[in-house]
Each structure stands twice: as structure tokens, then as C-alpha cells.
Design a protein around this ligand. Structure first.
Ligand SMILES: [Zn+2]
Length: 161
């Protein structure tokens, strides 16, 4: 029997002022775009803004529903939009931010399990590593260099070969 450790590294910054300009600009877009979220039930507004490898920008916000299981996360709204409008164009970097109208918005959040699975699939289908920038409206910023690191031992098309 072998014990195997799976680890990943995040870059952690004390604030947006420590990011390079392109990353800071993308994060600002995500912070502002939380205003477009439809979150009347949770009042937890999430926005994702991605820069594609060709420089185009794609956005998504969470879409809630009175029937809660119907809700869609901002990340998957973005991925569906990108796939529809820009098929086969990889995502270089995605910034994810949120505005918690019931509390604080100062700690980075990371994608839920369903979104992690979707991000890994998107990365594989476009053959382009996706970076994530995670932050609230202010405060710390986490950068994840490869979404696959968020889902060790993930199920993928390779699993079915
Ligand atoms: Zn999600």
C-alpha cells in the first residue's frame, strides 16, 4: 500500500494592489459585474469574468430560481456562454468575485464541486489551462494556476477509455 499526497499551490496576495495590471483589471470587472447577478433568495451575488486566449471577454452571474435546484452558478453561466459564442477558444484566466448582501465580502470564495467538474472539462476540451483569480469585493486575492488542481482524481473522458 502506498499513501499518495495530492497537493496544489495557490498564490495569495493581501490585496488587488499586488496583482499585475491585467489580473487586477479582470478582477475589477468581476467585482463590478456582481451587480448583474440574479440572487433574490440568497442575496449572494456571484460574478465570473474570463479573458479568452484571443483577448475577448466573457461574463457570467449566478441565476437563482424559486425552485432552488434550478439555480445556475456564475461560473457555469460563463462557460455555457463562452462555448456558445466562442466555440473552441480557450479561457486564459477567469476572475470570480461576489457580493454578500447579508454579510461580508472580504474573503475569497472558490467554485463549488459542480463548477469544478465543469471547469476541468472545459479546460480539457479546449486544451487550454484555465487560471482562476478569486476574491471578494476587497481583501485577499487567491490565484489558482490550473483548475485541475481543485479537483484531484477527477472523473474525465480519460476515465472512460
Ligand atoms: Zn458552482
Amino acid at each position: 500500500m502506498n499513501k499518495v499526497t495530492h497537493q496544489f499551490i495557490t498564490e495569495e496576495y493581501e490585496g488587488i494592489e499586488f496583482l499585475n495590471v491585467p489580473d487586477a483589471e479582470l478582477l475589477i470587472r468581476a467585482r463590478l459585474f456582481t451587480a448583474n447577478a440574479y440572487a433574490p433568495y440568497s442575496n449572494f451575488k456571484v460574478a465570473a469574468v474570463a479573458k479568452l486566449v484571443d483577448g475577448q471577454i466573457v461574463k457570467g452571474v449566478n441565476q437563482e430560481n424559486a425552485a432552488y435546484p434550478v439555480c445556475i452558478c456564475a461560473e457555469r453561466v460563463l462557460l455555457s456562454t463562452a462555448a456558445m459564442l466562442h466555440p473552441n477558444v480557450g479561457i486564459e484566466t477567469m476572475a470570480i468575485s461576489y457580493l454578500n448582501e447579508n454579510g461580508s465580502s472580504e474573503t475569497p470564495i472558490s467554485p463549488c464541486g459542480v463548477c469544478r467538474q465543469s471547469l476541468v472539462e472545459y479546460q480539457q476540451r479546449t486544451n487550454q489551462v484555465i487560471r482562476l483569480i478569486l476574491s471578494g469585493q476587497k481583501g485577499k486575492v487567491f490565484i489558482v494556476e490550473n483548475v485541475e488542481s481543485l479537483l484531484p482524481l477527477s472523473f474525465s473522458n480519460k476515465s472512460m477509455m
